[in-house]
Structure formats: structure tokens, C-alpha cells
Design a protein around this ligand. Structure first.
Ligand code: ATP
Ligand code: MG
Length: 565
């Protein structure tokens, strides 16, 4: 019998990373431990690509009874900030994962990393190079041509030690010297051509202040941090494949046969109609092209949350696309499908009119109000009902009325009948226009026998409209969001500035929308609502009691699908 109950009985249905983990556990590697980590650099907000990594790192630990560390990869004080640390914590929790007390920082390991660097210098495996980064880059060679050795490569151990200590004491300018690993300038793997281990940075660090003047490069920090933390499986994205030999090279300086972390790579999440590079997202924020990292058009977790996406929809989408070893471009329609699917199950239905025109029901008593019953969610039998007022004056959508309708227009038109959802059948008897011919009011009569529960309730008409009673309607604003870019793969259009490809219609603001009182009352950021026939909405954080602002999470149907056909 297997002593380790975390081992999956059969590897069927496991993705390739899970299979590797399953086999390692079966073989008793690392004492049968599983410890992963999610290692964000706190230099921006997390995006949905990170969510894919989070679902892998935390998900696999959950599945096999291991642990997952949150490690802030804070090795570059120039770009990093506590604002980002806080947002990263919040976003991971919102997605439904918990790192408990396993919160670590690469900066916690600066002393050990420095010590290792000193040891490598002493063993003749590292040297201080006085050249500029441009000079070093020019000596790198190409994949088919060997690089050139630095003139400083054969410095004595004593001189290297002295210079490295003085680099860290702040004696030298930024960019004037670096510490390099002495490996092989002719290696076919370019990352082995004497990679930089440390550079001088004088900007204070958000955690360690001015203690350090030298900071480790990613390749010198990551594997060792994994080792110091006891990470067994360091799962990352495919661009790190060529870094893996270097990861192993440095880890070997620490590890032995009883414990050695290993790196495994999977394909990145790339989404159509958006960009995923933190640099570009930062640029959109800095240049005011969006309203911040959590702008609901951004692919950031905080943006998607503000927009009304749910953690479950994001996780379901990530499950659906899966993990492979090949780069791909994932369709945003698939994400939107997952969002609609989840919101359909959980959102409270109600009525809101986005572009209102008033309807006066001339045979309904003035001053009278009656309540009609509305189902909260037909997909959820336990969600109950709520009451909605009906009165002589109501609002309907302006484009649900046509004075001269084409054939097959089943909404309201002169002499035509429609059902007001949940209430009566009404018939249009006339309109009032302003001096320019715009319709100001529509006049109708209602058939009092057609309300639910009355004999005429089953009378059939072709169209059913949503509506809101005028005297009690809550005025609000709707922000109608659409895709951020108008080209499918902005990152592929390398000839064009990505900002030129922004969708000019990605945000439309509709003021003076009319919302039924119940919806306004239950609304709060993150509470999912369905404005019937319009789409899914949630309250925005910019809302105030006097000015409710609703974000459209997504339309009921995918309108882009039609356009692309
Ligand atoms: P940068 O663009 O600054 O290199 P990054 O997007 O790689 O940043 P990190 O903070 O270094 O951001 O990423 C943390 C983790 O998230 C890494 O393990 C990385 O592989 C993973 N990750 C980042 N982007 C994606 C993506 N699009 N799909 C899947 N995983 C991703
Ligand atoms: Mg990165």
C-alpha cells in the first residue's frame, strides 16, 4: 500500500504538470513533500494571466495535499511598491486561494544570496565586470556565434571580493559595475554566457530600505529562493524554458539528493482583444488612457472584479483552456461565455431602462399604484420574488417603439399591442412629439383583464417589453463597457503603437437611466444583477446614494460573434 495518500490512484485526467507532481510524489522525491509558490513581482496589478498561474500553483497544492507559498519577487526596488503588494494579496484572496502564514519575500533572502555570491567569488565562479551593460550586451554573441570574454574575467579572487564589497557599500555609481557568473561565453545556451548576478541600485527598497546597494538578478534569486523556502515544484511559464539550465546550475550550489526544487513550465494565458504585458498596462494607467489599474476594461483581476466578473467564472474559464506546453491565443469569447454562464445562475433579475421614453396609460387611474410580482431568478428556485410598482406612467426603451415599423417588428407601434413583462397588455393609441418631430410621450390603453391571475392573462401577443414605473424610478448612470482593443491580437502588430488600436467605443456612458426601486436597493459593488433584456450589471465603487452608477459586466449575448461572421 502507498504510504502517501496524496498520490492520485491513476494519472488519468491529470494535466501534464499534475502528472509530473504525481510521479514525483510516488517516487518519494523530496521526502514526499509538495510545496509550490506563486512568485509575483510587485511592480503592477495582477491580470488574468496571473490568475492562470495562481490556479495552477495553489490548485495543484490543494489537489495533492501540499502547500503553496506567496512569494513577492521584490528584487528591483526601482519598479516596486507596497501598493502593488496589497493589491496582489487582495486579488489572490478574491480568487479564493489562501496562503495562510506562508507569505515570503525574495528580499528576505538577500543575506543568504549575498553570502552565496561571496562563496562563488571565492571559488572562482564569479567576477566583477567594470564594463557598461551596452558593452556586455555587445559581447554576448548570437545563438550560432560564441560571445567574447570580458577583459575583467580573470580578475583575482581578492580583487573581486574587494570590489563586490565596495559595490554594496555604495562606492560605485549605478551601472558602473556588475557581478557576473563565470560560466562559458561559448555555450549554446545564451543564458550561460556569464550571466549577471548582481547590479548596483541606489533606490531604497520598500522593505529593506538602504541596507543593500546591490540587488540580485532574477536568475540568481529565483531558484535559490525556491530552495531556501523548501519549494519542491517551481511552476512557471514557457518563456523560462531557456532559463531552466541556469536555474539548475545555481540551485546545484545549494541542493543535495535529499531535496532539490525543480522548474516546470506551462503555456501563458494570452487573450484576444487585450494586452497582458504589465509594461503596457502600466502605460495605459500612467497616460490616463484608462481610469486606473482597476478600470473595468482592464484585464486585471481588480478590473474584472469591478466590472462584475466572478471568481468562479474566471476559474471555470482557466479550467476550460487547460495547461499545455504550446503557446496559444485564447479567445475572450470563451471567458465571456464563462461569465454569462455563472451570472445567469446567480444574478438577481430586475428592470432598468437605459434609453427611456415615457408611456402614459390613459385608461389607468391617476395616482394609483399596484404591485406586480417579479421572479428574482428563474434559474434558482430558492431566490424568491420581489414586488415592483406599476402605475399610469412608465418608461420603456426608446427603441422598443417605432412609429413606422418594418414587418416583423414585434415591439410597440401605433395600434399595436405588447405585454409589459409581469403586468398588462397595452395598446398604443398615439404619440406626442416636440417641435423637431422627436417623440416625447407615447400614449397607450391597457387591458385590465390581462394581469397574471386574471382570465386574460394567457392572451398572447408577440412582444414583451421591460419597463419601469415612472414615479418611483431611480435615476442612475450606466457605464457600458466593451472590449479594450479593436484588433484581435494587439501584441502581434509590432509595427503599430498598441495605443492606436484601442477601441474608441470601449466605454459609453448612459445618463438618466431608470431603475426599479428593488434593484437600486439591493445593489452594491459585486452584487450581480441582470437588467432584463439588457445585460448583466453591478454597482460601481464610484457610486453615491444620490448618483448610482452601474457597470455593465457583459451583454446578454455575444454581439461580436455576429460581426466577425
Ligand atoms: P513582467 O511582464 O513584468 O515580466 P510577469 O507578467 O511575468 O511580469 P510576474 O509578476 O513575474 O509577472 O509573474 C508572476 C507569475 O505569473 C510568474 O510565475 C509568471 O510565469 C506568471 N504569469 C505571468 N503572466 C502570465 C500569463 N499571461 N499566463 C500565465 N502565467 C503568467
Ligand atoms: Mg516576470
Amino acid at each position: 500500500m502507498d504510504s502517501n495518500e496524496n498520490i492520485m490512484p491513476e494519472a488519468k485526467g491529470l494535466n501534464f504538470v499534475e502528472e509530473i507532481v504525481n510521479n514525483d510524489l510516488k517516487d518519494g522525491k523530496n521526502g514526499g513533500r509538495l510545496n509550490t509558490r506563486f512568485p509575483p513581482e510587485p511592480n503592477g496589478y495582477l491580470h488574468i494571466g496571473h490568475a492562470k498561474a495562481i490556479c495552477m500553483d495553489f490548485g495543484i497544492a490543494e489537489k495533492f495535499g501540499g502547500t503553496c507559498n506567496l512569494r513577492f519577487d521584490d528584487t528591483n526596488p526601482v519598479k516596486e511598491d507596497v501598493e502593488y503588494v496589497d493589491s496582489i494579496r487582495e486579488d489572490i484572496k478574491w480568487l479564493g486561494f489562501d496562503w495562510g502564514d506562508r507569505e515570503y519575500y525574495a528580499s528576505d533572502y538577500f543575506p543568504q544570496l549575498f553570502e552565496l555570491a561571496v562563496r562563488l567569488i571565492k571559488e572562482g565562479k564569479a567576477y566583477v565586470d567594470d564594463q557598461t551593460s551596452e558593452q556586455i550586451a555587445s559581447q554576448k554573441g548570437t545563438p550560432t556565434q560564441p560571445g567574447t570574454e570580458s577583459p575583467y574575467r580573470s580578475r583575482s579572487v581578492e580583487e573581486n571580493l574587494d570590489l563586490f564589497m565596495r559595490m554594496n557599500a555604495g562606492e560605485f555609481e549605478e551601472g558602473s559595475r556588475v557581478l557576473r557568473a563565470k560560466i562559458d561565453m561559448a555555450n549554446s545556451n545564451m543564458h550561460f554566457r556569464d550571466p549577471i548576478m548582481y547590479r548596483i541600485i541606489k533606490t531604497p527598497h520598500h522593505r529593506t530600505g538602504t541596507t543593500w546597494k546591490v540587488y540580485p538578478m532574477y536568475d540568481f534569486a529565483h531558484g535559490q529562493s525556491d530552495y531556501f523556502e523548501g519549494v519542491t515544484h517551481s511552476i512557471c511559464t514557457l518563456e523560462f524554458v531557456p532559463h531552466r539550465p541556469l536555474y539548475e546550475y545555481f540551485v546545484k550550489e545549494l541542493a543535495d539528493e535529499t531535496y532539490c526544487p525543480r522548474q516546470i513550465e506551462f503555456n501563458r494565458l494570452n487573450l484576444t482583444y487585450t494586452v497582458m504585458s504589465k509594461r503596457k498596462l502600466l502605460q495605459l494607467v500612467k497616460e490616463g488612457l484608462v481610469a486606473g489599474w482597476d478600470d473595468p476594461r482592464m484585464p486585471t483581476i481588480s478590473g474584472l472584479r469591478r466590472r462584475g466578473f466572478t471568481p468562479r467564472s474566471i476559474r471555470n474559464f482557466i479550467d476550460a483552456i487547460g495547461y499545455t506546453k504550446y503557446e496559444a491565443l485564447n479567445s475572450i469569447s470563451l471567458l465571456e461565455h464563462a461569465v454569462r454562464d455563472d451570472l445567469n445562475k446567480i444574478s438577481t433579475r430586475g428592470m432598468a431602462v437605459i434609453n427611456p421614453v415615457k408611456v402614459v396609460i390613459t385608461n389607468y387611474p391617476e395616482g394609483q399604484t399596484e404591485m406586480v410580482e417579479m421572479e428574482n431568478n428563474p434559474e434558482d428556485t430558492e431566490s424568491g420574488v420581489h414586488q415592483m410598482p406599476f402605475s399610469r406612467e412608465i418608461y420603456i426603451e426608446r427603441d422598443d417603439f417605432m412609429e413606422n415599423p418594418p414587418k416583423k417588428f414585434f415591439r410597440l407601434a401605433p395600434d399595436g399591442e405588447v405585454r409589459l413583462k409581469g403586468a398588462y397588455i397595452v395598446k398604443c393609441t398615439g404619440v406626442k412629439k416636440d417641435a423637431d418631430g422627436n417623440i416625447e410621450e407615447i400614449y397607450c390603453t391597457y387591458d385590465p383583464d390581462t394581469r397574471s391571475g386574471l382570465p386574460g392573462a394567457s392572451r398572447k401577443v408577440k412582444g414583451t417589453l421591460h419597463w419601469v414605473s415612472a414615479p418611483t424610478a431611480v435615476n442612475a448612470t450606466a457605464r457600458i463597457y466593451d472590449r479594450l482593443f479593436c484588433v484581435e491580437n494587439p501584441a502581434a502588430e509590432t509595427e503599430r503603437d498598441f495605443r492606436e488600436m484601442l477601441n474608441p467605443d470601449s466605454l459609453k456612458v448612459a445618463e438618466g437611466i431608470k431603475v426599479e426601486p428593488y434593484l437600486a436597493e439591493i445593489s452594491s459593488p459585486g452584487v450581480p444583477l441582470q437588467f432584463q433584456r439588457i445585460g448583466y450589471f453591478t454597482l460601481d465603487k464610484d457610486s453615491t446614494p444620490g448618483n448610482l452608477i452601474f457597470n455593465r459586466t457583459i451583454a446578454l449575448k455575444d454581439s461580436w460573434e455576429k460581426i466577425n461572421k
